[in-house]
Ligand binder design. Sequence first.
Ligand code: PMP
Length: 426
Amino acid sequence: MDSADLLALDARHVWHPYAPMPAKVPSLLVTEASGVRLTLADGRELVDGMSSWWSAVHGYRHPVLDAALAAQAGRMSHVMFGGLTHEPAITLAKTLVDLTPEGLEHVFLCDSGSVSVEVAVKMCLQYQRSRGKTGKHKLLTWRGGYHGDTFTPMSVCDPDGGMHSLWRGVLPEQVFVPAPPSGFDTPPDPSYVDMLAAEIERHRGELAAVIVEPVVQGAGGMRFHHPGYLRALRDLTLAHDVLLVFDEIATGFGRTGAFFAAEHAGVTPDVLCVGKALTGGYLSMAAALCTPEVAAGIARGELPVLAHGPTFMGNPLASAVANASLGLLADGSWRTDVSRLEKGLLDGLAPARDLAAVADVRVLGGIGVLQLDHPVDMAVATEVATGHGAWLRPFRDLVYAMPPYVSSDDDLAVITRAMLAVAEKA
Ligand code: PMP
């Protein structure tokens, strides 16, 4: 089948994320991905600025990850996880416990970030219920957040400007407070912390947990905040008998310049969600980790088990690739790589400050963002970015990149030049 036939079938039958059916804007047909480059069916090569939505941190077709996947496929692709276990998943769980902030001991492996948020919330609600606190079933979260597309995560996404406002009235009702003032380097505003304290105290009787994306609010607006707000949340949740969940599905594994964003604050949450870069972007896997207190609380309850069991839980192929990916990160070279990304993004995006359409330029670790004063035209943005040899996927008024850690200075120059061009023209 030639490319035109494939694309016609794609437009007619294949539902893409956040897209109408049938499709209005054709997709680009990718035939190969290697290193940081995507090859299109028409022969064009694009430098990937997106790491396939934060996940492909080592780039594509990494020989170590390819080998780990092939070796595991030669042994066992999948077995059910109820009553059975295996070395790849055990090693992965132990490695995650070692790498995540001190105090998280138990690992629930699942198959997507959204499901890990579902599981995290279930852990919190069940923990409270086990203690007889059935009234504590709500979540408090920041406006402007994003936690996934299934119903519980949607209920804690930005309720106004966000993508899931259509479902207001249908989703579980949660407690929203304003997001912290922007700026990773802007010290915490005491009046904001007072407001947080008052809201958590006011709702303490109905709050199971506070859930936030630490340091970077991703798909809800690509905003950064000072880690001090996370320390405040930790103190307040402890003081008011509320659990704390960090969603590090996007920020985990080095992207913000710390291995986990929680480390910027020196804080351990009660429950931590990870995903995306866990398998270096190879396979769908995520996890929710919790403290012994949370697990023990659930075990003491009327229903002493966590009633959750995805078919593909602990998938050996995904576990083996995750182990290989974490192995690549273990030597700490990601630190140098992410610093190089930060410098490349800062240097490359500096001229954006002079562009009339750019309202804000922000860079943290391997994340670069141009906030425009108008919404981007996606079709024009794709044409402009690909014309500059880069793959970008702007949304709303945000032109942003989170390149693979292995991107060279030249790759970063391609990406940032494309971002500037999109900001000027789309
Ligand atoms: N939480 C955050 C912070 C995310 O960025 C995402 C993915 N965009 C999710 C949850 C949901 O993950 P998934 O797409 O794997 O379900």
